[in-house]
Every structure is written in C-alpha cells, then in structure tokens.
Design a protein around this ligand. Structure first.
Ligand SMILES: [Zn+2]
Length: 185
C-alpha cells in the first residue's frame, strides 16, 4: 500500500482526530485504483498459480502408474464349490467378459494411469485371475499390465489354480498371494 503524505496540519492533531480523516483520504484513493485484473498483483498471483501447477502438479500427474488395483473376488466362487467352478475345465471361458469390454476399459485406464506405449503392449489382466475366483468385470480387479509381467504372472496364476484344486492351498490364501505383487514381480 502506498504511503500518503500527511496533510499539512495533521501532525499537530491528536490520534483520535487523524484516524477518521485518514479514512476520508483513503476512500477516494481506493476508488481510483484500476480494476483488479489490471493490477500487477493480480497478474503475479495468476503467474504464481501457473508456476505452482507446472512445477508441483504436472510431474506427479504424468508419472505412469503401474500399481495393481485393489482386486475384487467373484461371489460365485467359494472354497466349497471349487470343483464346480475354478477346478472345472472351461470355467474361465464361461465367465470371461467380452474383449469389447476389456479393450475399452484398458484404453480408459491407460489414459488415466498415464501409461506409455500402445494398447497392444499391455494385457488387461485380472489381478485375481478368473481361475482363482477373481471378479470378471469389476474395474477394481482389472488393469493394464505390461505383457512381460503379465506372462510371468500367468505362470503363478495357473500354479496357484493347480495348488487350490489339489487341496494344497486354500482359495483365500491363493487369492491373497496372487494379489501381492511380490509374488510375481
Ligand atoms: Zn493374468
């Protein structure tokens, strides 16, 4: 705020007298100020916002997100019915969502996760695979996974399916293990 020179004579007046007078002097001065958007302070504020966004916001926003989703189970599959579901030949084929669904979801998630490359570089993978009672369509169980990693994970998926169906491990334990990236990464 600019300092206004005191009016002649104001020095000699007491505080109680000078305060209301100061108010009267400032009011016309404020009215004369240019509109807010033309002031330097406003421009500076906008510029600071732009700089903040480009230095703090953008790098975090464009960082590719490869992390798996939380995972979701298929309520149709239970430990009690594995013989009729995941251990039955043709089970995954009978519940697999159409490619039109997973391809669209893959493209959406590739954009949202800022993942590089092309759609064909990724498998839209079920975190908990269908053969371990994973949810077929829930987006919380699907994400674009780079192919080399997806192929590696596939081996663990079929391995755990064999283990569950042979009674060597419970369905719940297998689901927990396959959800953990430490298992297949
Ligand atoms: Zn898979």
């Amino acid at each position: 705020m600019r300092q206004r020179p005191l009016r002649p004579g104001s020095k000699s007046t007491g505080l109680s007298h000078s305060l209301p007078r100061e108010g009267k002097i400032l009011t016309p001065l404020l009215r004369q100020r240019p509109p807010l958007h033309r002031t330097g302070a406003f421009t500076l504020a906008i510029w600071s916002l732009v700089m903040l966004t480009s230095t703090a916001g953008t790098p975090a926003a464009v960082q590719p997100d490869y992390s798996p989703p939380p995972g979701a189970v298929n309520p149709q599959v239970t430990q009690a019915n594995i013989a009729q579901t995941i251990c039955r030949r043709g089970w995954t084929r009978s519940i697999r969502p159409p490619a039109s669904y997973t391809d669209l979801l893959k493209r959406k998630q590739l954009r949202a996760r800022h993942l590089p490359g092309k759609s064909v570089d990724y498998e839209e993978d079920h975190l908990i695979p269908l053969e371990l009672g994973g949810h077929p369509t829930d987006p919380r169980n699907l994400w674009p996974q780079p192919w080399p990693q997806a192929r590696l994970k596939d081996k663990w998926e079929s391995g755990y399916n064999r283990a569950v169906c042979a009674g060597r491990v419970t369905l719940t334990i297998a689901q927990q293990r396959i959800k953990d990236p430490g298992t297949w990464r």
